[in-house]
Design a protein around this ligand. Structure first.
Ligand SMILES: NC(=O)c1ccc[n+]([C@@H]2O[C@H](COP(=O)([O-])OP(=O)(O)OC[C@H]3O[C@@H](n4cnc5c(N)ncnc54)[C@H](OP(=O)(O)O)[C@@H]3O)[C@@H](O)[C@H]2O)c1
Length: 315
């Protein structure tokens, strides 16, 4: 595992991060006991994954609670990233959200506190000022953003130096490339999320795949009947490259995102020990230039043919 500096901050984050949305039944179809979840988190640490990303909204606090239990006796080994709850825009709401997270996480500080989604109605400056106060109070080490566009990032950075912006980035989601470059050039770290397109790039699904009511994939754009065949064309190329290198399609898709410029870490959701082991081993090796080129070309063809969505869940 390699470690990258997170933007201008002093944090050295593993190039693969553990997405903790999977530690709530809302974001996975794999049932897990708390012992299973703690085993996945411990395995992630053993494999060198030091950055864990959670949020109050993942299972309405369930993910943070599970992470809190897993942190016992391991707090100093983890760079803990969580988020401000939705609609907490005023500084006092940000402080309240942080206190709730600290309680669930069973810790007295958060390494990276991110504004989960920018408000589209208000300028977000007061929310960033709320983060700044928490840094000053020693409850948060770094103020950060998530899903902020260029103008929103600029305004936030005028209010307070933000360490990172968490953005979606996968072969089937490349809209953010100019923004990623923009952040990278300003030494704002980039945490890339959903590199597997919520599973569409893993090779587990075909056009006949259907999901039970309530499954997260029913809300994800890549699984829409008119989008899935286009996304699966990218998966077909991912599978070819995986076969050539003797790795899994998931490892190829994650590797592609991790090797793009300005990416500090790739946040992957792992639902089992096998997945976290595979995902940690998605880096530490390189594809040929030809492989990167054919993957990039497949991604570009998808971007040119698929409908443009605002978010991965914009249906
Ligand atoms: N900032 C934001 O707004 C935002 C939004 C979304 C996500 N995130 C963060 O990013 C993390 C990851 O995002 P994500 O869950 O949307 O997408 P993802 O990482 O692209 O996909 C994760 C899913 O892919 C499947 N998977 C993972 N590893 C696999 C492997 N090796 N082989 C086969 N299947 C595998 C699992 O499905 P099953 O569970 O069905 O097995 C897993 O739930 C989240 O946990 C969260 O921390 C942040």
């Amino acid at each position: 595992m390699r470690y990258n500096k997170l933007g201008w901050s002093n944090l050295l984050v593993s190039e693969i991060a553990l997405g903790c949305a999977q530690f709530s039944s809302q974001f996975t179809k794999t049932q897990k006991t708390e012992a299973d979840m703690i085993a996945i988190m411990q395995r992630a640490l053993d494999l060198g994954i030091n950055l864990w990303d959670t949020a109050p909204s993942y299972g309405n606090g369930a993910s943070e609670t599970a992470v809190g239990h897993a942190l016992k006796g391991r707090r100093d080994k983890v760079i803990l990233a969580t988020k401000v709850r939705s609609r907490a825009t005023m500084p006092e709401m940000v402080a309240e959200s942080c206190e709730e997270s600290l309680r669930r996480l069973g810790t007295d500080y958060i390494d990276i506190l991110q504004i989960h989604w920018p408000s589209q109605d208000e300028p977000n400056d007061l929310t960033v000022a709320g983060l700044a106060k928490l840094v000053k109070a020693g409850k948060v080490r770094y103020a950060s953003l998530s899903n902020f566009n260029k103008d929103q990032t600029d305004l936030a950075a005028c209010v307070y130096p933000v360490a990172s912006n968490q953005l979606p980035y996968a072969l089937v989601w490349r809209y953010e490339e100019p923004l990623i470059r923009y952040c990278g050039e300003r030494r704002i770290g980039v945490l890339a999320y959903s590199p597997l397109g919520e599973g569409i790039l893993t090779g587990r699904y075909d056009e006949t795949s259907r999901f039970p009511a309530g499954d997260v994939r029913n809300h994800c754009v890549f699984f829409l009947p008119h989008v899935m065949p286009l996304a699966l064309k990218v998966t077909a190329v991912v599978k070819q490259v995986a076969a050539k290198h003797g790795v899994t399609p998931a490892q190829v898709a994650i590797n592609w995102t991790a090797r793009q410029p300005y990416i500090s870490s790739v946040i992957v959701g792992s639902s089992s020990l096998q997945q976290v082991e595979q995902n940690a081993a998605a880096v530490g090796w390189d594809m040929d230039q030809d492989d990167y080129a054919s993957l990039s070309k497949a991604g570009e063809s998808y971007m040119a043919s698929a409908p443009r969505f605002r978010t991965m869940w914009d249906r």
